[in-house]
Design a protein around this ligand. Structure first.
Ligand code: GDG
Length: 724
């Protein structure tokens, strides 16, 4: 039976050392609740750090045993690992970069190395538990490299990844020295999830800008599989928050607070101490409210809870000081004997008290500079059973994409924020109810259980889709069978595409000259008179002639326009004319002018627009445009428009690699056929061949008619070598 393994930096249980024993405290976090129903199921397990340093083996074993009874497996980290991997790379490099604070980011090679090493440690821990076909769901920015590491060890596992923090614009990603490794690390997954479509878009463009991989409809084609990218806004355990809010305990706390505050109206803010949360800006906006609307003095208080966090890190300590000072100054300036403008708490509260604060507050201020989602906003909404209360929400929190009935503000606009507080305080009950009810319905429907299910279903789907679309990988068994059939045959036809098949791509096509290794390989293959080796390419005949003409090869050039069978002269497939070029060339020239890096190749009987060197995204957009334009221009003519690997080509219809290959089939009647190719134009070859032919597509990508897949030109050469 296949199992599901959840992996995150921290386990959903916190293990703590007391004077004489260890305590195991389940975490209240949303993720723990949401995934509780999964990891506790038979055989499933959650892998992560238990939150304390352990030196003695006997203690490790004790912890392992206790945790395993609750479906958890610990990864023990040392103090130096936590310093360099967690506080270092995760929180001082990735966190500031992903939250648009690159000025706080450090770039320490030692931190990066620790990050790699700890990801490897997690990988080993998962591999101890994971079978070859299990499902593994990796969480968050501390483990970006893990999906790829797992993929290498368990190629057939289903791997999901979810990022809980924002994914920033590729401009920030490219500032990181280790950007390629990080993106590749994530792409080891089958499904990569983000909170919003915006983060997903940023990821796709980072992948295309940094790695040069393009995507269609949120799918990235890797060498041998497709990766799905999607948005899954995380929800909360609505039922639990509603229940706690309705509890006796929460109501009692609320009554106590209310008695102490008398009839002061309450604005609430709750965050972990972090520069991404916009806490200082919020305080300034509250001050502006008191300045602009003196009528609110002595009427409204801000209750501000800041949960201590990372205060060992310099920026956090400085932020704490800034907040302390601001609160002190504003309170000193405005307070009266009976009224305190800001009630500031630097600590956390038990859930019932937190819930009482949600109940008490008329306005919640959730105004981060950046926040992946922000669950406080949703928890406030879930706690408002009477549909009263107003949420003020930053447009830069992931939650703003869903909670559009909040008052959405720009957190740097202090005046707008102050105005929003005023508007919230004077909002009619009707309007409050209307807005709150629609937000409650949404938070209730898309709760954390719905989120988990959506992700898991989509993950299962991504695997099914891969399996149905995938052409089978060429296995050693198939190769052995093929070599055997090759040896037994006396007439063998080898149809070999050139670019992307025998040779890796080069930015400038004229640079993809055959290297010594390839020349020797082709020479050896052609030395056997039973082998008919045909180079079947889209290239012009002169280039092929110059590069390979000295070998006893056959040629199909310009996608079947020019043929050179067995050292005869070049001949045309059929008589052709070129008059059409004068109409098509100006169109292509226009696209060259509009797309830096692209150019036209003028072949004898075709015109090709190349865009491999153009900006990846711009190139894809222009290619779509040109394709539409040309398809329209050539309808009802004898021309055809073909899309290849980063090229668009126009030529006479009815001639392609397949129609040309058919002539070789007729001429030799081979008893063994092998055809290799990487792009759409090779599909014509595959289509033209009999069923028993060995047809191989190089690289994965779109659906192919080929029987097998082979990853890259390196493997192609190895395969051909095995025929010698
Ligand atoms: C990441 C992303 C994304 C806060 N104070 C107290 C308390 N809390 C609880 C809240 C809430 C949680 O902490 C904070 O929620 P966040 O949404 O900020 O989540 P994080 O885990 O910090 O951060 C974030 C999230 O992942 C989920 O994907 O939304 O954007 O940064 O649940 O209730 N809980 C108690 N007392 C407190 O004083 N009991």
């Amino acid at each position: 039976m296949s199992r599901t393994i959840i992996v995150s930096n921290r386990l959903p249980t916190k293990v703590q050392r007391t004077e004489d024993s260890l305590t195991f405290q389940p975490s209240e976090g949303g993720l723990a609740t949401g995934l509780g129903s999964i990891y506790r199921q038979d055989g499933n397990v959650w892998v992560g750090w238990p939150g304390l340093f352990v030196e003695e083996e006997s203690e490790e074993q004790h912890i392992e045993k206790e945790l395993s009874a609750d479906s958890m497996a610990p990864v023990f980290l040392t103090e130096s690992e936590i310093r360099d991997f967690y506080e270092g790379f995760s929180n001082s490099t990735l966190w500031p970069t992903f939250h648009y604070f690159p000025q706080y980011a450090t770039y320490e090679q030692a931190h990066w190395e620790a990050y790699v090493a700890v990801n490897e440690k997690f990988c080993r821990a998962v591999l101890e538990l994971a079978g070859p076909e299990d499902t593994i769901w990796v969480h968050d920015y501390q483990l970006l490299l893990l999906p790829e590491m797992l993929r290498k060890a368990r190629p057939d596992c289903t791997i999901g990844f979810f990022l809980h923090i924002p994914f920033p614009s590729h401009e920030l990603i490219r500032a990181l020295p280790w950007r390629s490794e990080m993106l590749r690390g994530m792409l080891g997954a089958d499904l990569i999830g983000f909170h919003t479509f915006g983060y997903m878009r940023h990821f796709l463009s980072a992948v295309s800008q940094v790695l040069g991989l393009s995507s269609t409809n949120g799918q990235i084609e890797m060498a041998n599989r497709t990766v799905l990218i999607d948005a899954f806004p995380m929800g909360i355990d609505y039922g639990r928050f509603a229940e706690v809010a309705a509890s006796e305990a929460a109501q009692q706390h609320e009554a106590e607070y209310r008695a102490a505050l008398r009839d002061t109206r309450v604005i609430l803010s709750i965050d972990r101490l972090d520069y991404s949360k916009g806490i200082a800006e919020r305080l300034r906006a509250f001050e502006v409210l008191l300045q602009r609307y003196p009528e609110w003095r002595e009427q409204v208080s801000l209750i501000m809870v800041v949960v201590p966090s990372r205060d060992q890190v310099a920026q956090y300590a400085a932020l704490k000081e800034e907040i302390d000072e601001l609160v002190g100054r504003i309170n000193a300036q405005y307070r009266t004997i009976t009224w305190t403008p800001i009630h500031y708490f630097y600590r956390s509260f038990p859930l019932e008290e937190l819930s009482a604060l949600y109940r008490l507050a008329e306005v919640a201020l959730v105004t981060p500079m950046r926040d992946g989602m922000n669950l406080v906003a949703k928890e406030f909404v879930a706690s408002k059973a009477d549909n009263r209360g107003v949420l003020i929400l930053s447009e830069r929190a992931g939650a703003a994409r869903e909670l559009s009935d909040a008052l959405i503000i720009n957190p740097t606009d202090t005046r707008q924020l102050a105005e929003a507080m005023h508007d919230a305080l004077v909002m009619s009950e009707d309007e409050q109810e209307h807005r709150m009810a629609s937000m409650r319905a949404l938070v209730r429907q898309y709760d954390v259980f719905a989120w988990t299910k959506l992700f898991m279903d989509r993950l299962a789907y991504s695997k099914i889709k891969q399996l149905t679309l995938a052409t089978e990988m060429l296995t050693p068994e198939v190769t052995a069978q093929m070599v055997e059939e090759f040896r037994a045959a006396n007439q063998r036809l080898l149809l070999l595409d050139y670019d992307g098949t025998l040779m890796p791509f080069h930015n400038l096509p004229q640079r993809a000259k055959p290297d010594q290794e390839l020349l020797l390989l082709l020479q050896a293959l052609t030395a056997d008179p039973q082998n008919h080796v045909v180079i079947i390419s889209g290239r012009d005949r002169k280039t092929l002639q110059n590069w390979l003409g000295h070998l006893p090869l056959d040629f199909i050039a310009e996608h079947g326009v020019w043929l050179r069978p067995a050292s005869e002269d070049w001949q045309l497939f059929q008589p052709l004319n070129n008059n059409w070029k004068q109409d098509i060339r100006p169109i292509m020239e226009m696209y060259v002018a509009r797309t830096a890096g692209s150019f036209i190749e003028d072949k004898d009987y075709s015109l090709v627009w190349h865009y491999r060197r153009a900006d990846v995204e711009l190139g894809d957009v222009r290619a779509r445009e040109l394709l539409n334009h040309l398809t329209f221009m050539t309808s009802n003519t004898e021309l055809q428009v073909m899309e290849g690997n980063k090229v668009i080509e126009v030529k006479t219809a009815g001639i392609n690699k397949g129609t040309a290959a058919a002539r070789w089939l007729a001429a030799y009647n081979p008893s063994f056929i092998l055809a290799l190719g990487d792009d759409r134009t090779d599909e014509d070859t595959f289509r033209a061949l009999p069923e028993e032919a060995y047809t191989l597509k190089v690289g994965s990508g779109a659906r192919s008619l080929a029987r097998f897949n082979i990853p890259s030109p390196t493997e192609v050469r190895n395969l051909l070598r095995s025929l010698l």
